[in-house]
Design a protein around this ligand. Structure first.
Ligand code: AMP
Length: 428
């Protein structure tokens, strides 16, 4: 159901507390901070600029990295305030703390259309504990609460969940709205064929998604290490490939469900195999491709998919009208083991007739590295959040925002509605 957005609330002259996701990579060179990728800051601009234009007093809050509940100057959000100021061409002030007098004084001195960024929420251990009194302190900073941080919406933290219960007017921002549109509506009623490509290391992370999408997708293509756990479920040897023995049963059930529902669950028919891999130095022993149907040799490990698998995937991907991709097809960080991932990136980008949706850090990285990101319909900003959402789990940071229809229903229930009801419901 569609959620209330910032366009559904009056923000003029109000303090609007916005949870954004500014968890961006910051490197310090000779003591100077450098933001190496500002995609997430740019992604927040439509929401921030809309609120500024409508005369809100914008109070932004985010986490950065894992400071483990302690202040850490290297994880300060101050450099992000500067970058945001540059991108918006407006002054963005900065509060040295996200709660207490430091934050409240800054918020109280805002004028209509001003923007303030609060210091890292996770400098306080109470944030991740969803501590009620910390939520109350945050709630003092806003008349309206907005969540535009999809990447953390699957966590019930003070800034994503606790505080929202304490502020009456709540809405999602434009970025969150886009995420929900593509991961929700587009994948709920997909144009067919709907083809899902899943890779990465762990079956455990994605089995819920596979299970949920088995009733929606026309084909599920599986690559990466997780494919070998499926091999085990089929009784096939896997050599030294990375597997999760305790997930074999789940993989077996997924294979059974796919067969029962007539869904193509495509596993690799050939692999690039090596005898040893050195993750630290990013190298492997010399490798070779297995022949289609050949077993993974004893003592070797599968680290990428092969050409025959790619050919089968190409056919499915090229014919799709909806594509969802999450997870690399091999150890794409190491040269020689990255061909499958980059080939899939290209296939997904090449299909311009399909709605293509890509989530998960590694797949997105592969797209950016090959300069194909702008050919994708939608790139999700949330890895774990997008998977949990696709499992059909309610995300705490979204559940706390009222549905748009509630408001519409309330309006319809006024005395002037068709039914002539005499019950007047107050807006939620
Ligand atoms: P995930 O976080 O589950 O999407 O996994 C991403 C990681 O899976 C990447 O770091 C890849 O190097 C790793 N990966 C993908 N395929 C394999 C494989 N065949 N063997 C070992 N690791 C893999």
């Amino acid at each position: 159901m569609a959620k209330q957005t910032i366009l559904d609330v009056d923000v003029q002259g109000k303090q609007v507390l916005v949870r954004v996701d500014y968890n961006v990579p910051v490197e310090y060179v000779d003591g100077d901070p450098r933001i190496t990728d500002d995609t997430r800051i740019r992604a927040s601009l439509p929401t921030v600029q809309n609120l500024v234009k409508r005369g809100a007093r914008v109070v932004l809050m985010s986490h950065l990295g894992r400071p483990k509940g302690k202040a850490n100057p290297k994880l300060s959000l101050r450099p992000i305030a500067d970058r945001l100021s540059y991108l918006t061409q407006t002054r963005v002030s900065f509060a040295n703390d996200c709660v207490g007098a430091a934050a409240e004084n800054c918020v109280n001195s805002l004028r209509d259309g001003d923007v303030l960024l609060l210091e890292n929420l996770r400098f306080h251990p109470e944030e991740e504990k969803n501590d009620p009194s910390f939520s109350q302190q945050l709630a003092r900073l806003g008349d309206v609460y907005v969540n535009d941080a999809f990447g953390t919406a699957h966590r019930a933290h003070a800034s994503t969940e606790g505080v929202a219960h304490l502020i009456r007017e709540r809405a999602i921002g434009f970025l969150m709205e886009k995420e929900l549109h593509f991961l929700g509506e587009e994948l709920e009623n997909p144009a067919r064929p709907f083809v899902v490509i899943l890779g990465g290391a762990k079956v455990s992370d994605k089995i819920g998604v596979i299970d949920h999408l088995l009733s929606k997708a026309d084909a599920i293509l599986i690559g990466g290490a997780m494919a070998y756990t499926f091999y085990l479920a089929q009784g096939k040897p896997v050599g030294k490939s990375l597997v999760e023995p305790d997930r074999v049963e789940l993989a077996r059930k997924a294979l059974e469900k796919a067969a029962a529902q007539g869904i193509d669950l495509l596993l690799p028919v050939d692999s690039y195999v090596v005898e040893s891999i050195d993750f630290e130095n990013r190298q492997t022993s010399p490798g070779r491709y297995t022949r289609p149907g050949e077993e993974i040799p004893e003592g070797w490990r599968g680290v990428d998919i092969g050409a025959a698998t790619l050919a089968a995937m190409r056919q499915e991907i090229a014919g799709a009208r909806t594509l969802f991709w999450n997870g690399p097809m091999g150890v794409f960080e190491i040269r020689g083991c990255d061909k499958g991932t980059f080939a899939v990136a290209e296939m997904v980008a090449e299909n311009r007739d399909a709605v293509s949706i890509v989530g998960g850090g590694d797949s997105v990285k592969a797209l950016h590295q090959s300069g194909l990101a702008d050919r994708i319909t939608f790139i999700s900003t949330g890895g774990g959040a997008s998977l949990e959402f696709l499992e059909g789990k309610p995300l705490p940071g979204i559940s706390v925002i009222p549905d748009k229809v509630e408001q519409e229903a309330n309006q319809k229930a006024s005395p002037s509605s068709d039914e002539g009801s005499n019950v007047v419901l107050l807006p939620a």
